[in-house]
Each structure stands twice: as C-alpha cells, then as structure tokens.
Design a protein around this ligand. Structure first.
Ligand code: HDL
Ligand code: ZN
Length: 372
C-alpha cells in the first residue's frame, strides 16, 4: 500500500469531533434541518443560483416557497450546468451516499426517499456515514424559536454539544446576568462570536470564560450584509489585522482562544500568532475557506508551521446531511496535505504513528477543547 493510501485509510477511519456547526439535536424539532429541499436552499447554493440566473431577482426567488426554490436551484446548477462548485458537488456526494441519482432531471426520487425517512434513524445514519462522534451546535438565546425550546426544558442528544453564540447577546443590558443564565441552562462547551475586525470582547465574556474554564471562539473577518438583498447569503469577507489578537492572547494567558479566519490572506498570520501563543488554537477552514484547494493549502501551511497541534476542519454545516459531504471532502484534502508532510520526513512513519496523528487532528484535539 502506498504512503498516500495508508494515510487516506487512517484519516477516513479517524472519528470526527466537529467544533462548529449550525445543526440542532433532533430534540429541537423543526430547527433540525435535513432532506433535499433544505440541502438545495442552503444559502451557498442560493447565491450561486442567483449568479447563474441573473434574470431571477433575489426578491422573486425568495417569494417562491421552499420546494419551488429547490426546483430552480436543481435545474440551474445541476441540470443545465455541471455541479462543479464545492456546494453543488457536496449535494451530489450526499445523494450518492444514499444511493440516489445525482444526475436526476428532477427531485421526485430524492423527495420520496427523504419523505420516507424517520428523523431518529436519519440522524444515526448521517453521523455514521460522516464518521462524526460529537459536534458543537451554535446556540443563540436571542433567537426566539431556539429560546423557546431551551425554556421548554430541552435535553439535547449528548453528541450535540451547546456553544453559546454571543454576537447579539453582548448588547444585553445586564450581560453578566444573561451569560450566567444561559451558561447554567445550556451548559455550553465554549462561547463564540463572529467579528470583522478583532477587538477585545466585553470584560464579562472573558470573566465567565475564566470562571467556567470555557474557551472563547472568535471567527474573524466577516462583513455582514454586503448585499442585503441576498439575506443570509449576503455576507462578505475582509482580510484584517491580527495584531489585536496577539494583545488579547498575551493579556489573557489563562483563557483559551479558538480562532478561525475568513480571509485566505489571514491564514499565514494566524499560524504565526498560534506559534507565539499556545492559548490560541486555529480551528477549521471557515465558510469561504471551506473548499478543497484552500483546505489542502491551509492544512499544509499549518502542519509546516505548527505540526499536528491544531484542528484542521470544522464543517459549519447548517443541514444535517451536509456532514456527509463536508467531512468526506475535507478528509481527502487533509489526507493529501498530511501525506505530503510525511513524504518529506527523513524516516517514514509507521501505520501506528499515522493513525495516532490522524486521530489527534480529526477528533482528539477538538475533543479535548470541547470536553467531548
Ligand atoms: O457566523 C457564522 O457562524 C457563519 O458560519 C455564518 O453562519 C455563515 O452564514 C455560514 O453559514 N457560513 O458557512
Ligand atoms: Zn458558522
């Protein structure tokens, strides 16, 4: 067996701990999105459809119901064009994994398949097919629908860990009280915020991270609503200075920071910051970085500068079935980057060493930080 094949086998077998998703445990009911119409109306595909079909205005697209939107996406991106983008190829990977035809002319077969699925069994099948053993949700108590489920006393599937998202919460009148309340209710494994420029979070946020020994995740470089007409698909990206992150890590050596950056131009800078500060953990190739070419480039750069001491990927999945493609595709890119580094070693690694490293990168390190 070649080195590349040995590495691919170990990476494919390594259990995944997914540090960032927008998924919800099945106990959250309708918030748990799955099935072909949800897959096709994923905001990545909405943006790609509106680009491919400029005669369809965003307003006209969003005026359609979800099934009609999905039909349009399927026709525009899968029937009349080849599914060459990462998001379209991902849907094809999911359909193929369930034995469905990715080249179908319409959605009848796929809709019939998903309509016949029982959600509890579907969750088990997706986690098994993706090789995911634990994941973090994104939990925003200012979202009325989600808040209602928490206040009704939901007990999530233990594989679905809470992560307290504070983007909107930080503007609360009594932030410290709100943080204590939702940490007590959700038992989150970390707190998270997305920002364009890096700035220190409110003191109360770092105080609760220390008090509860919770990591603080900063997702850096997003510019919200650059095209508001696209709704959730309308956000953009900026390359920003990471100098404030150095100060934050230096001034808070007892706080662990999970960091991911949206701009390709920030990838190298984050590797340098992580070399300077052991309390900074790069995690994943976020959003516009979540493409095979960039995952391979980023993972190579991180291995060269950090060794196997970071988390190469998170899925950022919004629809349960996406775990299958986001992780199958990421495993390929990670295995490719890892093989290249092993090939550069003066002494070839043993299978046990390759398995050890793959398990650490795909789930071990993330599991330690998630407490999973
Ligand atoms: O802020 C975030 O967590 C982002 O991941 C946004 O949710 C974004 O819309 C997204 O889904 N990216 O993949
Ligand atoms: Zn996200």
């Amino acid at each position: 067996m070649s080195l590349a094949e040995r590495v691919a086998r170990a990476v494919d077998a390594a259990p995944i701990v997914d540090l960032h998703t927008h998924l919800f445990a099945p106990q959250f009911g309708a918030l748990n999105l799955w099935g072909i119409d949800e897959l096709l109306t994923y905001h990545y595909l909405v943006a790609e459809t509106l680009r491919a079909e400029p005669k369809v205005s965003p307003e006209a697209f969003f005026a359609r119901d979800k099934a009609a939107q999905a039909d349009l996406v399927w026709d525009a991106l899968f029937v009349r064009r080849s599914p060459l983008s990462e998001a379209t190829s991902g849907v094809a990977t999911v359909l193929h994994a369930f034995g469905l035809d990715p080249a179908a002319k319409d959605l009848r077969e796929a809709r019939a398949f998903f309509a016949a699925r029982r959600v509890e069994q579907h969750v088990e099948d997706v986690l098994r097919l993706a090789g995911v053993t634990a994941l973090a949700m994104t939990n925003d108590p200012t979202d009325p629908a989600e808040r209602a489920v928490w206040e009704a006393g939901v007990a999530p599937d233990p594989r679905f860990h809470a992560a307290l998202r504070v983007d909107r919460l930080v503007s609360s009148q009594d932030l410290a009280r709100e943080l204590d309340r939702w940490i007590a209710r959700m038992r989150p494994r970390y707190l998270a915020i997305s920002v364009e420029e890096v700035s220190a979070p409110p003191r109360a946020v770092l105080d609760v991270c220390r008090a509860h020994d919770l990591p603080f995740a900063m997702m850096i470089g997003v510019t919200r609503a650059v095209n508001p007409r696209l709704g959730v698909a309308g956000d953009g990206m900026r390359a920003v200075s990471l100098a404030p992150l150095e100060r934050l890590a230096a001034e808070n050596p007892d706080v662990r920071f999970l960091i991911t950056t949206l701009a390709r131009e920030n990838t190298h800078a984050l590797c340098v910051v992580a070399r300077k500060f052991a309390n900074v953990l790069p995690f994943g190739c976020w959003w516009f970085m979540n493409n095979p070419s960039l995952i391979e480039e980023t993972t190579s750069m991180r291995l060269e500068m950090l060794g196997p001491t970071f988390v190469p990927q998170h899925s950022d999945a919004r629809v349960l079935d996406q775990l299958i493609y986001k992780w199958r595709h990421a495993r390929r890119s990670i295995a490719s980057a890892l093989s290249r580094r092993y090939a550069a070693m003066s002494v070839a690694p043993t299978d046990a060493q390759i398995e050890r490293d793959a398990r650490a990168l795909l789930g071990g390190i993330a599991g330690e930080w998630l407490g999973a």
